[in-house]
Design a protein around this ligand. Sequence first.
Ligand code: SF4
Length: 411
Amino acid sequence: MESVPSVKEPTVSILYRFPGERRSLLPLLTEMQKEAGFLSESAIRDISLHLGLTDNEVYGVASYYPWFRFAPSPEAPPEPSSERSPGATSPSGGAVVVCNAARGEPGDVDRFLLANQPAAIVQGLLREAKRLGFGRAVIWVDAEWPTAAERVTRAAGEAEKGGIVFAVVRVPGAFMHRDEAAFLKAFEGERPIGDRPPGEPRVAVYSAERLVRLAKETRSTALYALGGSVREPGAVQAAADVTVRQLFERAGGIIPTGKTLKAFQAGGPLGKWLPADRLDELAGADSLGASTCGSGSFQFANVDACAVDLAARSLEFLSRNLCGKCAICREGTMQMAEILCDITRGKGKAADLTLLVELGEGLATTGGCALGRAAPNALLSTMQAFRDEFDAHVRRNTCLAGRCGAGREIP
Ligand code: SF4
């Protein structure tokens, strides 16, 4: 009979080292796994009881990160990321070029590119590997994109690799992978936090979009992901000097018919929400900040959107998806999200607005990495452009867009 490895059950003493709040979830999962080597059903249950969450919520978060395990392994300690091909991704095996297509951002253009231009991505990666003299190439694909992964795997199988070892690896996407330092950490099988790994990594990281441009030798166009209240959301290729208005028109304009555009967010959840009168600016302009946020994503909102709600949604997303290493970012994003949600529920106070500005400006200047410093963008930009809406919520308990008051909870 096969021998079953001995398993240490999580101890109560670990649980009670952490406050019974949602922000303790990741540190608790980490400690529990350290203790037992994996996360057992009883560990998940204990954590959910301690934090007041459901088992599914705890499992959902844990399964999001590649290094958590849910079964004992005969080989201890387990590899941090069991989904990787052994030897295919570890930088210690030699210099490697990587396509980072697991950046966990809603509406990311990578998915579109992997599915529609897989050969160009493979070709671009091989070309860079040869140029740099690196012997290995890896594509990290978000595990939630099976079609994209299949197509790029097929393209890799058909390519002439010239002796370069090539692997396509499916990993859970994580928003922190946008930050190169955090990505390199994750690539080494560690938690993706915004600290560069020590030493000089022999890893060259590329986005899917950059590889397509390298393969096609077209530097004068860029790819944009368009979404929100538009008729034809999706990815479009456009000249580098395209304006936001031209992108908006390519997306078919606002829906529903009869409504007008209120604002757009340039650069994904880290980006600023800007009023419709900025539509004629260049999509790549520094003043919009989309390229600074490392994302060619544009979201459009119609006049029914509430500015407080728009800011709340960005901060909710970020409070759950940034790595949580720095207290100012971990606590700050959580607090800003909570205050904003309270305001949308009619529980805001005038003093909240002062606190929000302090928290936002504090994080913008002292955050531990570029992602953390960009996290308050959505809040500070909406407060600047739509201050009357914030005031109406906290002083008159009124949502000028007529949207708030339904009692949205922070997940
Ligand atoms: S600033 Fe935020 S995202 Fe950056 S390392 Fe600190 S906690 Fe992580």
